[in-house]
Design a protein around this ligand. Structure first.
Ligand code: B12
Length: 450
């Protein structure tokens, strides 16, 4: 017998949050799979920027950009006591809790609630959503999964309020749980290593499709010391590029969407294995898309042909994971890039038609032991190359190679309190690279004209 399953994307509680092509892709993948198993799936999005109930309350709609990014609704809320030292306001991003409760009351016949989680330090929004679910839908089992659940499993078990906390990929565990709870033998269990067997994510459940995130792979062939990708996905798995093009065509034809964001950790590596055949297939099908890469791309793959390919295919938002111009640090953190590679990549990209402001280069800021001079030199190098430096404040992640260094370097108890993983806190700052120095650098960059 089919079950009624409610998917929930919880709130973000943070100092800052911007919808930079942000959607709960993993949760919606599970939605697609549950439907393929005959279940009725519904979706409630605490972050919904288009909520009519919010507008009915007279709240101004958040400003959105035509390419599928923009602001969320937000309310200033009380800052958790352990974050008091940062003199910035703290907000709940998303719809108001009373609107969430009203929406939730429509799902009294729910059999199971699935809640996702992203950043570890967003857990208060997860716990708040689960508290309200308990109140409005008493007795209904609540399952939590996603990044926070995986990276801080013990914390999530103790503090989220969920009945079940699942770490890692959710496909099989969720089907197993449904079997255990309701005696439902799954009709379709996708093979773990075959991403092509997964049904499409349930994007049609969104109130409005303003962009579609796509992932052509799970995991990463690199093992960078600050990153947790390899902890989630032991193997680097890729889809068939032709089937990725089929998915893009499907969403474009069914919803008219033109903006697509890639969530891959390594979209451009081994170009013959993915990006070249994928873009050829998109061209062959005459699809007209805008592509956005909020998650960093690998600089190493950018040559003359790749630059032209990306430009002509409609890659509008490009960000590179460069992290630092310091050779030793590049080597120590994973060796994915070197300075001359960025230099030549920018030349090729500009020759292909990109402007400096289009070429965003992420620089890791505030890693353990980092000196202000390192960040300043990295910024200078990116500017000399003719690209745009984008500061990415380091968020320490349990289980990564850099984690023990972060634990010893941090002035905060990052082991016991995930709120201290917040990138805005710059938790591994030091005397040389203080919060004030960092704020000065950030302000200077903000006023830079490219
Ligand atoms: C795409 C991405 C982004 C996008 C936004 C995506 C989004 N939806 O929020 C952008 C580029 C904006 C982004 C930004 C940042 N990100 Co990011 N991002 C990712 C990335 C690459 C992919 C996430 C994803 O959607 N994967 C694909 C889906 C299919 O997988 P999934 O979500 O894991 O879902 C599966 C399971 O988790 C599970 N599951 C999910 N939900 C549920 C629910 C239930 C009930 C169950 C049972 C299972 C389950 O099943 C799913 C299917 O198998 C991850 C790394 C990674 N490889 O996962 C980092 C990651 C989440 N980001 C990270 C970081 C550090 C950041 C930044 C702080 C970087 C910076 N310094 O600026 C910023 C912060 C943004 C902000 N403050 O707003 C860290 C997490 C840090 C933390 N402490 O939690 C990660 C893990 C990367 C890393 N460095 O290791 N990010």
């Amino acid at each position: 017998m089919s079950k009624n399953i409610l998917l929930i994307n919880p709130w973000i509680h943070d100092f800052a949050a911007y919808d930079f092509w942000l959607k709960p892709l993993g949760l919606l993948y599970l939605g697609g799979l549950l439907r393929a198993n005959g279940h009725e799936v519904s979706y409630l999005d605490c972050l919904d920027p288009y909520s009519p109930l919010m507008l009915e309350k007279g709240i101004r709609a958040p400003r959105r950009h035509a390419h599928g990014h923009g602001r969320f609704f937000r309310r200033v809320i009380e800052k958790p006591s352990c974050l008091q030292s940062l003199p910035r306001s703290y907000c709940r991003y998303g719809i108001d809790p009373d609107v969430f409760s009203m929406e939730l009351a429509k799902y009294k016949n729910t059999d199971l609630v699935l809640v996702t989680s992203m950043m570890t330090y967003w857990y208060p929004g997860v716990a708040e959503a689960i508290r309200i679910v308990r109140d409005i839908l008493p007795g209904i089992p609540v399952v939590l999964g996603g990044k926070y659940a995986s990276l801080c499993f013990d914390h999530a078990t103790a503090f989220s309020g969920a009945d079940y906390v699942i770490r890692g990929r959710g496909e099989k565990p969720v089907l197993d749980l449904i079997e255990n709870l309701f005696g439902e033998t799954p009709a379709f269990v996708p093979p773990e290593d075959n991403l092509d067997a997964l049904p499409y994510p349930a994007f049609d459940l969104l109130r409005r499709i303003d962009q579609i995130p796509v992932t052509t792979s799970l995991g990463c062939p690199y093992r960078c010391s600050y990153c947790s990708s390899h902890l989630f996905y032991k193997k680097y798995l890729r889809r068939d590029p032709v089937l990725v093009a089929c998915e893009i065509e499907h969403w474009q034809k069914s919803s008219g969407v033109t903006d697509f964001s890639f969530y891959d950790d390594a979209l451009l590596v081994d170009p013959e294995g993915m990006i070249i055949p994928l873009l050829a297939e998109i061209k062959r099908r005459n699809l007209s898309c805008r592509f956005h890469c909020p998650n960093g791309l690998h600089v190493r793959s950018i040559d003359k042909d790749m630059s032209r390919l990306l430009f002509n295919a409609g890659f509008k938002t490009i960000r590179f994971g460069f992290e630092t111009a310091d050779f030793q640090c590049q080597k120590d953190t994973g060796g994915k890039v070197q300075n001359d590679e960025l230099h030549s990549a920018v030349i090729h990209l500009k020759n292909a038609g990109y402007a400096s402001a289009d070429i965003g280069v992420y620089l890791l800021c505030g890693i353990p032991g980092q000196k202000a001079a390192d960040v300043l030199q990295s910024i200078d190098f990116v500017l000399q190359c003719g690209a745009k430096p984008v500061l990415a404040e380091y968020s320490p992640i349990p289980g990564t190679k850099m984690w023990p260094d972060a634990v010893s370097a941090s002035i905060f108890d990052i082991e016991d309190e995930p709120l201290y993983h917040n990138n805005s806190l710059l938790c591994c700052r030091n005397e040389d690279f203080s919060y004030e120095v960092y704020s000065g650098i950030k302000a200077k960059l903000k006023g830079w004209v490219y």
